[in-house]
Design a binder for this molecule. Sequence first.
Ligand SMILES: Cc1ncc(C[n+]2csc(CCOP(=O)(O)OP(=O)(O)O)c2C)c(N)n1
Ligand code: SF4
Length: 320
Amino acid sequence: MTKTNNGQKKYKIPDYKADNIHNDWCPGCGDYGILSGIQMALANLGLPPHEVAVISGIGCSGKTSHYINAYGFHTLHGRVVPNATGMKLANHDLTVLGVGGDGDGYGIGAGHFVAGGRRNLDFTYVIFNNNIYALTKGQASPTIGKGEQTKTMPEQSIYNPINPVALAISSGYTFVAQSYALDVKYTADIIARAIQHPGSAVVDVLQTCPAFNNLHTKTWFEGLDREEKQPRLYKLEDEGYDGTVPEPENPDSVSKTKAAAIEKALASKNGRIPVGVFYEHRTATLEDYLSKKIPALASTSMVKMDIYDRDISPLLDELR
Ligand SMILES: Cc1ncc(C[n+]2csc(CCOP(=O)(O)OP(=O)(O)O)c2C)c(N)n1
Ligand code: SF4
């Protein structure tokens, strides 16, 4: 199975743009940057649009599957992971991308999010993290900080926030990264790395929502409100951090790298936020395990198998 096109045909960003679909995102929304980042990543990897499937949840971010020229499925609120799992298991020749909001993934879909990490299925989940439920007019989402209050919240949040990177790593995702929607090229590079990673990958993309989130604005991310006027975001690689598990088959090496990555995600560095790849572990995928149980899967996707050509008489005999 390969996730890249080996340079057969050159695809360009417009090849991944859906024709004649009206985009109703607000002007200046961070969603545009993430959409462009996904399309740029697909073009850079040269993946044929008919070999890509995009599954989206409910929310402003959920509309993304409509705007990408690929197979698309707009599912129920919080159900990105089970749908992506079913799609990938049925046709492992597809590159499967899940997309959805932080409310969708870490709120209503939190149980599925955790279960998705345990499996190490080969798919990529891009989460649009704007700290609010945007489509329903800006209620607090699970990633908003305790004590924070946007203009659409009646009071300050009284809950501790979920840390997406720490949650993803502890759930078992084997590639975990964070990016920023308005840095499109960086987001595209991280998404391309996530797609190329053989296993479950999460990219949490910090996103502006100019309509409802008046706290985490472009100015805020650029740090223009800070005395030192320095960007709030810094890149992990600029500090020499490398989250790759050095000995992938050694459990100690895995847990030490995990602990270091979680520490990076939780550390408060003068209010600054790290972006980049926190954790990468190359290990057997769910598909590898399943191919051992059902050897035909190693060469043939389930959708290409003739499910009616099975002799179930031994099973029936047992039940008689
Ligand atoms: C089962 C269910 N509960 C609630 C809703 C209402 N609803 C629609 S979108 C949404 C929030 C979306 O927020 P998020 O996932 O963060 O995406 P965003 O709009 O911010 O991109 C909610 C609660 C729904 N559609 N279905
Ligand atoms: S409400 Fe926010 S997230 Fe939704 S389209 Fe408008 S700016 Fe974007």
